[in-house]
Design a protein around this ligand. Structure first.
Ligand code: ADP
Ligand code: MG
Ligand code: ZN
Length: 481
């Protein structure tokens, strides 16, 4: 970006709450039901019906508010946001407007170099989702109202971010907190997390905000980053050409790597917001707030710091392992079997994550039970098998999730620590490789590794490598004399 300018970014994030039922009725929120089957007069907005607020939606939103250091308002209000759209049968969206339930919070993002920055959370409020228009069905547009009334939480940030990277880090942090709280699955590809990016630029040193554009339609974290980068570039070009930035909504097109105007942005007064007369003010008294606070689980940063303190892990390991709650749970289940914290971390960070990436599976679908991985580490540590054999057993465990003890027995893989057996292999290899032996004796130390490799091969990888090394060195020095 042109160094004359500074980017200013604020994000509006919609998180779908993972409640079983909708926000104002008892309809199921289950995804994938046949169209228009999870509906009732309330979520379809029939005349004369009365909405009843789902208590879980309040609790989940308060949890998020507490986790982001917000003030939880004792009294908050639902309002109607009026607009016409075919997928909105009620003719208005029930949302919180002037008096949201959470305000004035913050989220701390951390950069690769360890430095930190606080991003302000302006507000978090509860609202309902609209239905879905289906356009790819011949010439007609169809409406599926199943999603009408699905509970959402909108998290609005202050315009505190200054680069696409900061926006990416902030989003990642939000998702991490949401999934730790188990209130949203955080899946952007499937739409349970949606992000609109508000972007403006201004001359460095300027304190007034520039005119912003809002970019929508990004379906992954990387696309949010790319869309913001592109929008900053577009606005910079406009200003450099002496043109003006107009306030508008843009749609991101990831194939074209560009943004396109959608509509000029409505002003709030176009929506004719007014308090919903059918819904009571939401009251979260101190007692209820404290009860919700009592159910707050350990949050990502706390868990990471505990991993460092209790398991003596480097910051990097602790960060990777606590990147998701499920991965951290997996790691700690390994520790129910072995207390070799660092080996357990190494196995997860290399073998487990590699398979997850290659196979594109999540840790909850990982085929090896953490307890079995713990047993494998134990087998290495008590010298029943070598590390090399363990790497051979692991693929077998991936296929079958068998107990490694069984695999070792079945395949007769117990490490050979019997000196006489190893000794004969060492003698055999020395005799067969006299040329290399002489090279070694004349100072080419590197040859040692080759000889060790030959002995391991001879014993089908089962010889205890430490004993092999010791015996080999001893025999070689005997030859020298
Ligand atoms: P709107 O009424 O258009 O929705 P809001 O004031 O509610 O605007 O702000 C929406 C989001 O846009 C917030 O995340 C806020 O931080 C961000 N925002 C507001 N003004 C700017 C600006 N000039 N540049 C970048 N982001 C902004
Ligand atoms: Mg807004
Ligand atoms: Zn309903």
């Amino acid at each position: 970006m042109d160094t004359k300018y500074e980017a200013v970014i604020g994000l509006e994030v919609h998180a779908q709450l993972s409640t079983d039922t909708k926000i104002f009725c008892g309809c199921s929120t289950k995804f994938g039901a046949p169209p228009n089957t999870n509906v009732c007069p309330v979520c379809l907005g029939h005349p004369g019906v009365l909405p009843v607020l789902n208590k879980k939606v309040v609790e989940y939103t308060v949890l998020m508010g507490l986790a982001t250091d917000c003030t939880i308002k004792e009294r908050s209000i639902f309002a109607r946001k009026n607009y016409f759209y075919p997928d909105l049968p009620k003719g208005y969206q029930t949302s919180q407007y002037e008096e949201p339930i959470c305000e004035h919070g913050k989220v701390t993002i951390e950069f690769k170099d360890g430095s930190k920055k606080e991003i302000g959370v302006t507000r978090i409020h509860m609202e309902e989702d609209a239905g879905k228009s289906i356009h790819d069905y011949g010439d007609t547009t169809l409406i599926d109202a199943n999603r009408c009334g699905t509970p959402l939480m909108e998290i609005v940030s202050e315009p505190d971010m200054r680069s696409a990277e900061e926006a990416y880090l902030y989003l990642t942090k939000l998702k991490q907190i949401l999934t730790y709280l188990e209130i949203c699955d955080g899946n952007m590809e499937e739409g349970s997390l949606r992000c609109d990016a508000n972007v403006s630029i201004r001359l460095k040193g300027e304190t007034k905000l520039g005119t912003k554009a809002e970019v929508k339609n990004m379906n992954s974290f990387r696309n949010v980053e790319r869309a913001i980068t592109r929008e900053i570039e577009r606005q910079t070009e406009l200003l450099e050409d002496g043109k003006q930035i107009i306030q508008q909504t843009l749609l991101w097109n990831s194939d074209l790597n560009d943004v396109f105007p959608m509509r000029s942005k409505e002003e709030a007064h176009d929506y004719r917001y007014f308090p919903d007369p059918d819904l009571m003010p939401v009251v979260v008294d101190v007692q209820w707030k404290n009860k919700i606070a009592g159910s707050l689980p350990e949050l990502p940063v706390a868990r990471r710091d505990r991993f460092i303190a209790d398991y003596n892990l480097p910051l990097y390991d602790a960060e990777v392992l606590t990147s998701s709650k499920e991965l951290a749970d997996y790691y700690e289940k390994i520790l129910s079997v072995t207390n070799d914290y660092k080996s357990a971390s190494n196995w997860v960070m290399t073998e487990v994550l590699k398979v997850m990436n290659d196979e594109k599976i999540s840790i909850t679908d990982f085929p090896v039970a953490p307890e079995n991985l713990g047993k494998l580490i134990k087998l290495i540590n008590d010298k029943t098998i070598s590390g090399k054999i363990a790497k051979d057993i692991f693929p077998e465990m991936l296929k079958t999730n068998k107990d490694p003890d069984e695999i070792v027995k079945e395949k007769n893989l117990v490490q050979i620590s019997d000196t006489s057996e190893i000794e004969s292999a060492v003698e055999k290899i020395i005799a067969a490789n006299q040329k290399d032996v002489h090279e070694y004796l004349s100072g080419k130390e590197k040859v040692l590794g080759f000889l060790v490799g030959q002995i391991m091969k001879e014993t089908k990888g089962k010889a205890n490598p430490q004993i092999v090394n010791e015996l080999l060195k001893k025999k070689l020095s005997e030859q020298k004399n």
